[in-house]
Design a protein around this ligand. Structure first.
Ligand SMILES: Nc1ncnc2c1ncn2[C@@H]1O[C@H](COP(=O)(O)OP(=O)(O)OP(=O)(O)O)[C@@H](O)[C@H]1O
Ligand SMILES: [Mg+2]
Length: 223
């Protein structure tokens, strides 16, 4: 498959994923809310004392779906790596996630990361973003840590959560995220290592070799 076909396929994949996210998330919550409101209409007649607590639960659900929608919209925004740099883009993203989910997301840069070619930076950012999103969505973590460092001509991002962990064999038929992560890694010559201990959390290590890519672009990068 050539680069163009792969790019078109990636776009199609994203659209499917977005459709599914809207279907599984906000659309389902709205259907659920409509049904619950029907029940409330009956409650008013027959057990009015139950109405207030039910309205409070409905409000909770609505808050969750608004938060989810906001995060989805935020995830879709283009990132300007060239202007802000990878680390600031990650810091902004982490801050926003933390605000929406109340789960602390820490970004630690162990080295000063020089400017990255835009597309390379964006692709790497999207990979890190998928790992953070997975930790936020699935891990029930109390903390997410992202370490970015530069080692042996590779940019390394380590995304760690202290959540529930998972077994690879249990995830085969779910989501596009991890498949997309490996796909992007293949396109960038990057490497993905997932270490997850059931009940103890997950660490994903992404390494992006820069030597060859930067050589091709004539960019000098110091360790
Ligand atoms: N950090 C994590 N903690 C716990 N479980 C995880 C974590 N990351 C992934 N998983 C599990 O692996 C599954 C597959 O992840 P993947 O990113 O491919 O799909 P998804 O997140 O469910 O959907 P999508 O990424 O397409 O929105 C998840 O459904 C979840 O069960
Ligand atoms: Mg995912």
């Amino acid at each position: 498959m050539d680069g163009k076909t792969m790019a078109i396929e990636a776009i199609e994949e994203e659209r499917k994923r977005l459709a599914r996210d809207i279907h599984d998330g906000p659309a389902q919550l709205l259907t659920n809310l409509t049904m619950r409101l029907e029940v409330v209409k009956e409650m008013i007649k027959y057990s009015p004392e139950k109405v207030l607590p039910e309205i409070a639960r409905i409000q909770d659900l609505m808050r969750t779906s608004v938060g989810e929608l906001r995060r989805m919209i935020y995830d879709l925004r283009p990132v300007e790596i060239a202007e802000t740099g990878l680390i600031s883009a990650l810091e902004n993203y982490a801050q926003r996630c933390q605000y929406l989910t109340r789960i602390p997301v820490m970004i630690v840069a162990e080295t000063i990361i020089g400017p990255l070619p835009d597309l390379l930076g964006i692709a790497f950012f999207r990979m890190i973003q998928e790992c953070i999103t997975n930790s936020l969505k699935h891990a029930h973590a109390s903390q997410i840590d992202v370490h970015v460092s530069y080692h042996k001509h590779s940019l390394i991002a380590r995304v760690h959560d202290d959540g529930v962990g998972f077994r690879k064999e249990d995830t085969m038929s779910q989501g596009f995220g991890l498949t997309g992560l490996h796909e992007r890694a293949r396109l960038l010559d990057a490497d993905v290592q997932i270490e997850s201990i059931f009940g103890q959390g997950t660490t994903v290590i992404l390494s992006l070799p820069l030597e060859r890519q930067l050589d091709m672009l004539g960019v000098v990068y110091h360790e």
